[in-house]
Design a protein around this ligand. Structure first.
Ligand code: 26W
Length: 781
């Protein structure tokens, strides 16, 4: 329910304001970009008062500081128009200007300040905290370049800098908040004298809740030189040196590190992590002091959430401030720190668990290394130090009041594996908070047809109380048909877009089978493409065998240094080229790899999907959030018992989920069997034949063994058990064919996935954090 104090302009007032901005800011130009910017400026003018009134209403209320190196925001105009009920008004003014709203929204660059799941989760959380009334500040970095732009040349990934800021960012306000952050230097008797200082300048992006009911803040730190230009050096003729400090400051937040857990450990990355942590702590402590509150009461006023270990250095930084600046004793400082700090783990992959060499930490942050050694001394069993490395996961765990996993299975595996020892010492500390996604963007925003069908069936209000989707049951025939019609219309629209932009003609009546996520061995895109090859080969053997037509859609970026993942992209491209040109299989099978996967492309694909590929090796995907978006948009999941797939299957019903593969337990025992892959291949000629095609030049005649690397891996070490899970995956895919062939049956299963996925709203997740971790109650409306 919107804050009455805040007014949203009438459609007429909105129109007038946009036209006025077009003339005042853009000299009356009416090109897409000018209209987009004029509309953004008007919307910002509506959002800022909502934001300020929410800050007043939240004053004195306990709030959360969500520290994250990533916020994968995507676009904001469409979301904001929807939230404020101005979409139709915007449609009308665009039409009047001879444009379409979709085209205007299309020119907004994605704010791609994240790699994947972790970053997008943080963005969904901002929307939910603002909507449920949880006072919050999301703290992040204002990278000049977000996640790289992916090109596909000759079926291979290329990377070019992303430049979301090249034309400014209309949604941000330069904040009055800025702090000097120190690096390097020396420590004498506990007193740190940094030898380099870089200025952290805040930029605020207001985050309005649904219908302006409340609002939060995204505060992004930019790095600026204390002294941007050295006139003396310039006059001395050293023209380049004169802006050296500015260049080195600017380098700090120049670009987002593009790896999502494949490799870590660069000095600049640690500098970025400390810059975020120190500036954010300085900011929230400044507020606390400004409110005249004694430091000891900090836990009553603020909860800090560390989004994985990336901002974990915030723990030692808080200790430094409390001990060196506030004069607290070590134990008192640690007690207070544990009263505010909480840590979320998002991965069990050993290569993604951050640890920093003591030498590097001691060089960059000498006082913090001293404090970390004191912490390790005070908690000998915590495993903070090991092999001259500082283990950031153990440090975060040891300093946190609460530690959480992101799905029920993941949280149990945390207790049994990476944190087994710490869990035994602190059995109450680990709790679960299964992920969620915001239904505003991921249903109403990207699938207005479905939103309309749901509202027609159960009325308004479900968007902020998503478990009301359950009222769709018992399913009314008209509702199932309406949803099936929406899916069909979305598929027709996507088919048109694929034809226009990718030159691929697909049949909207075919099953749209979609795997979109970062490319990673544990996510097993190579299992999917091997099944695709086997399907193609069998279709060619018997094209008249009554196959269910398939469109296989892939998208996702590989970390630039991750060679195997890049080869998987290359293979998918080569298979697509061959299959799509094959007259024998014709429209029975089409394969597409879409370049530059990002939030906006996900919004275009998910509403048109029939089958959601969630096929990771069990025990490897901490949760997944794409799986939730697909289910609530009426796609059926083919997946393993991994991450949140387990809970999706529990809630939508086993009969509405295509399960296959080993469980996490079976995975660890299968891995122990020597030659597990060779044995599996021997027993599965279909797989052997598909692997042979990777060796015999089927997809690249003049370079037959190009993909031998992938074949050797799957038939050799096969760490992620592609070979062992293949047969059951094939069985599940053929079962999907049979289900899809029964259109009414499929439509009902799809509708039940929608009706039963309400729990996967990030509003439910945030209410869990508020109750179980932060101790925050919503600000009353
Ligand atoms: C240090 C490099 C690095 C960068 C990012 C290491 C690890 C990461 C992230 C933790 C990777 C990530 O995005 N994890 C994903 O987090 C999602 C939100 O909780 C989960 O749904 C996914 O399962 C998990 O892979």
């Amino acid at each position: 329910m919107r804050d009455e104090a805040v007014t949203v302009p009438s459609d007429a007032a909105f129109r007038a304001a946009v036209l006025e901005r077009l003339s005042s800011d853009h000299g009356g130009r009416r090109d897409l970009c000018s209209v987009r910017r004029a509309m953004a400026a008007v919307l910002r003018g509506v959002v800022v008062p909502i934001w300020q009134s929410a800050l007043e209403r939240g004053a004195g209320h306990k709030r959360v500081a969500y520290l994250s190196m990533e916020f994968l925001i995507g676009r904001l105009a469409g979301d904001t128009l929807l939230s404020l009920g101005l979409r139709d008004a915007a449609k009308a003014v665009c039409l009047e200007l001879g444009l379409t709203l979709d085209d205007v929204l299309e020119v907004e660059p994605d704010a791609a300040l994240g790699n994947g799941g972790l970053g997008r989760l943080a963005a969904c959380f901002l929307d939910s905290m603002a909507t449920v009334g949880c006072p919050a500040v999301g703290y992040g970095l204002r990278y000049e370049h977000g996640l790289f732009r992916q090109g596909i040349e000759d079926d291979k990934q290329t990377e070019t800098p992303e430049d979301w800021l090249s034309r400014g960012y209309p949604w941000e306000l330069r904040s009055a908040r800025s702090y000097g952050i120190g690096f390097f230097g020396t420590v004498t008797d506990g007193v740190w004298k940094p030898s380099e200082t870089i200025w952290a300048q805040g930029y605020d992006v207001p985050v309005p809740g649904w219908q302006g009911s409340f609002a939060g803040t995204l505060r992004l730190w930019a790095a600026e030189a204390v002294q941007s230009f050295d006139l003396g050096r310039f006059n001395g003729g050293d023209h380049v040196g004169a802006s050296e400090t500015e260049a080195s400051a600017r380098a700090l937040c120049r670009v987002l590190y593009p790896d999502d857990g494949t490799e870590a450990g660069q000095t600049l990355r640690l500098k970025q992590e400390y810059f975020l942590s120190a500036a954010s702590l300085a900011d929230l402590l400044a507020d606390h002091r400004a409110a005249g509150l004694p430091m000891e009461t900090l836990p009553d006023h603020v909860a800090i959430q560390l989004n994985d270990t990336h901002p974990a250095i915030a723990g030692p930084e808080l200790m430094r401030v409390l001990i060196d600046e506030e004069g607290l004793e070590f134990d008192a400082a640690l007690k207070l720190a544990r009263g505010v700090l909480n840590y979320t783990n998002h991965t069990l992959l050993p290569e993604a668990l951050e640890s920093w060499p003591e030498m590097l930490l001691g060089w960059l942050l000498p006082r913090h290394l001293e404090i970390i050694r004191m912490l390790a001394g005070a908690m000998p069993g915590a495993g903070i130090l090991g092999g001259s490395e500082v283990r950031m996961g153990n440090l975060a765990f040891a300093m946190a009041g609460r530690v959480n996993g992101v799905s029920a299975l993941h949280t149990e595996l945390m207790k049994e594996t990476v944190f087994a020892g710490l869990h035994r010492q602190h059995p109450e500390r680990i709790v679960n908070q299964t992920n969620g996604v915001t239904p505003r963007r991921w249903i109403a925003g990207c699938n207005p047809g479905l939103a309309g069908a749901v509202t027609a069936a159960i009325g308004e209000g479900w968007l902020t109380d998503l478990e009301r989707l359950g009222e769709l049951e018992p399913l009314q025939p008209g509702v199932v048909e309406a949803m099936a019609e929406v899916k069909r219309a979305n598929k027709v629209q996507l088919a048109a877009w694929l034809g226009a932009t990718q030159g691929v003609q697909v049949d909207p009546g075919a099953m749209f089978d979609v795997q979109i996520k970062r490319i990673h061995e544990y996510k097993r895109q190579h299992l999917n493409i091997l099944e695709t090859i086997a399907l193609w080969q069998e279709m060619r053997d018997a094209p008249q065998a009554g196959w269910v037509p398939r469109v296989k859609i892939f998208a996702g970026k590989a970390a630039p240094g991750y060679h195997f993942a890049k080869e998987i992209i290359h293979l998918i491209g080569k298979v697509a080229r061959m299959v799509n040109a094959d007259p024998v299989t014709g429209d029975l099978l089409k394969v597409v790899f879409l370049p530059n996967y990002n939030v906006s492309l996900a919004e275009r694909l998910i509403p048109a999907a029939d089958l959601s590929e969630q096929i990771s090796t069990a025990g490897k995907e901490a949760s997944g959030t794409g799986n939730m978006k697909f289910a609530m948009n009426g796609a059926l999941t083919i997946g393993t018992l991994d991450g949140a797939n387990v809970e999706i299957r529990e809630r939508v019903g086993a009969e509405n989920f295509l399960l296959f593969g080993m469980t996490a337990e079976e995975v660890s025992s299968r891995r122990a069997i020597p030659d597990h892959a060779a044995t599996a291949i021997e027993a599965e000629p279909r797989l052997a034949r598909a692997l042979e095609a990777l060796r015999d030049g089927t997809f690249i005649p003049d370079w037959p063994d190009l993909f031998a690397g992938i074949a050797d891996n799957v038939s050799g070490p096969d760490h992620f058990l592609v070979a062992s899970d293949f047969a059951d995956y094939w069985r599940a895919q053929r079962e999907a064919d049979r289900w899809f062939a029964d259109a009414d049956g499929w439509a009902e299963k799809a509708a039940l996935n929608v009706a039963r996925s309400g729990w996967f709203s990030s509003d439910r997740t945030i209410r869990g954090y508020m109750a179980d971790i932060w101790g925050i109650s919503p600000v009353s409306a």
